[in-house]
Design a protein around this ligand. Structure first.
Ligand SMILES: [Ca+2]
Ligand SMILES: [Ca+2]
Ligand SMILES: [Ca+2]
Length: 192
């Protein structure tokens, strides 16, 4: 009887989890005025259906001088709600030759707490291992519940001496939460 109760309870508890989207950007509004481009400023909106994951537009890291490049494309700020975890997903496509084979550049995805935090690397093209140049890949990085309530930005960061061809598209920031995680119910848990 007791086991049955626990099982029923766990099923109900788990099914209460939900996912919500905070923000998406596939660049199809043809406008990146809500983004901040810093450093050597080598990121730009790119209108080319053959270099977009979906439809026409993507974000392109370009080859413009002067070299070397150290440049970020930074998202708007988001104040994260109370949640169990946050997922940041994006699609990327890049040159394998420039970034890995001759290794003239490194591509990073980063996050920071706007109120005083340094940029933290979530992912780099080294993490991708062997990939095919100009194929589109989906990547998700997860932030834990300790980021709840913080105001954050994400960045695509490239440091390069002579590299080009890196594209970003279809970005999504979301969270998953179980509302029961955020109420006090120690007595119920103890009862089980
Ligand atoms: Ca697009
Ligand atoms: Ca836009
Ligand atoms: Ca590299």
């Amino acid at each position: 009887m007791r086991n049955k109760f626990v099982l029923t309870f766990l099923v109900v508890y788990t099914s209460l989890s939900f996912a919500e989207t905070i923000w998406t950007d596939g660049f199809e509004d043809g406008n990146i005025s809500d983004w901040t481009i810093t450093g050597t400023a080598n990121w730009a909106l790119y209108d080319n259906e053959f270099q977009a994951h979906t439809v026409d537009f993507s974000l392109q890291y370009n080859y413009q001088s002067p070299w070397p490049h150290d440049t970020r494309a930074i998202t708007p700020e988001f104040t994260l709600p109370e949640a169990d975890e946050f997922d940041f997903t994006w699609w990327w496509s890049g040159s394998y030759i420039y970034f890995v084979q001759v290794d003239n550049g490194d591509a990073f995805t980063e996050v920071r707490d706007v109120n005083g935090g340094n940029w933290i690397v979530l992912w780099s093209e080294n993490d991708a291992g062997t990939y095919t140049g100009f194929e589109w890949y989906e990547q998700t990085e997860t932030l834990d519940a300790s980021w709840s309530g913080k105001t954050v930005q994400f960045a695509f960061h490239i440091i390069a001496s002579d590299a080009h061809y890196w594209y970003i598209d279809d970005i999504e920031l979301g969270y998953t939460s179980n509302p029961l995680d955020h109420i006090t119910w120690g007595r119920i848990k103890t009862g089980i």
